[in-house]
Design a protein around this ligand. Structure first.
Ligand code: NAP
Length: 297
């Protein structure tokens, strides 16, 4: 059987969260033989009940016999927990396989994993994604990749295409994570600008929805304006990427900027605004909730 991406592979997928669940589903739909692992095993069993294939009780057993091992867990420490140790991926994976990490993590952990994988003769690609839950569900993610060996990226690319509309190799290990950091820096500033604009419109006695419907055709247009402008104006914050994840990402960004000397004055300020959102109970609100600080001061 062949799927959308051509040849069929033995694939392990570790981490069936908001993103991983549909990504693994797309791999199965593309015809790959998928073994899933999830820390909370009920989720893995539920996935198998829906999409067939099989579940493994540990990352090591999931990786056993896999040509590709794909991860999408939470942060650096979570990645280390599933990769290292007696039940980790590296204890089970065979030489010649490729480990792909879709977690948004630091460039440091990517370089560390690349070295650790190389000791086992395993390729490594750091491959954070953009496109959110909707992009994962629709198989339309953008994947930003880093790898020390382009050949491993080229092997993994057709597999990732099961859930991606675009994949790019940006440079050596860590480059995918660095590119994702740029993405998050750009989003932070845009969302705060949008929040200030919408709040200003309301304070000025304008109808914020009418304002958005006009200026979205001009130079202020953005993905955030198109997709979040009207919900921000209504004070609705239940539309995707959570504030706690954004704070994790901005923490990674600010630590990297400390190392490379890049000045990020606005990003650092917005990170503090997100801390205030969390103090108001908005840990699981989406990132457009910055406007809550302006509209309810
Ligand atoms: P999520 O729904 O919270 O899922 C996290 C997954 O990782 C769960 O399967 C969880 O297992 C597993 N996990 C966490 N810590 C673990 C550990 N120490 N050991 C083993 N498994 C562990 O998160 P998500 O929204 O899918 O996000 C996953 C990654 O993608 C994050 O790095 C996030 O920043 C990034 N991302 C998310 C979005 C988005 O819109 N959600 C967009 C782009 C990038 P359990 O089920 O047992 O908790």
């Amino acid at each position: 059987m062949t799927g959308k991406t051509g040849s069929v592979s033995n694939v392990a997928f570790i981490g069936l969260g908001v993103m991983g669940t549909p990504m693994a589903r797309h791999l199965a739909a593309a015809g790959h033989q998928v073994t899933v692992y999830n820390r909370t095993p009920e989720k893995a069993l539920a996935w198998v009940a829906l999409y067939g294939n099989r579940a493994a009780p540990t990352p090591r057993e999931a990786a056993d016999g896999a040509e590709f091992v794909l991860l999408c867990v939470g942060n650096d420490d979570d990645v280390r927990q599933v990769v290292y140790g007696p039940d980790g991926v590296l204890a089970g994976v065979a030489a010649g396989a490729v480990l792909v990490d879709h977690t948004t993590a630091s460039a440091e952990v990517a370089k560390e994993l690349a070295e650790a994988a190389a000791e086992f003769g395993v390729g490594f690609v750091d491959a954070p994604v953009s496109g959110g839950q909707a992009g994962a569900e629709n198989g339309q993610l953008t994947v930003m990749c880093g790898s020390d060996d382009e050949a491993f990226y080229e092997l993994a690319r057709p597999v990732m295409e099961a859930y991606a509309k675009a994949t790019s190799l940006m440079g050596p290990a860590g480059s995918g994570q660095l590119t994702k950091m740029v993405n998050q820096i750009c989003i932070a500033g845009v969302v705060q600008g949008l929040a200030e604009g919408i709040n200003f419109a309301a304070k000025a006695g304008l109808d914020p929805d009418a304002v958005i419907d006009v200026i979205r055709y001009g130079a202020a247009q953005s993905w955030q304006m198109e997709n979040r402008g009207h919900t921000m104006a209504k004070g609705e914050f239940d539309f995707g990427f959570a504030v706690e994840w954004m704070r994790k990402d901005l923490g990674i960004v600010l630590a990297e900027a400390d190392r490379n000397g890049a000045r990020l004055p606005v990003t650092a300020l917005i990170d503090q605004f997100y801390a205030q959102v969390i103090a108001r109970g908005g840990r699981r609100w989406d990132t457009s909730s910055l406007i809550h600080l302006l509209a309810n001061d």
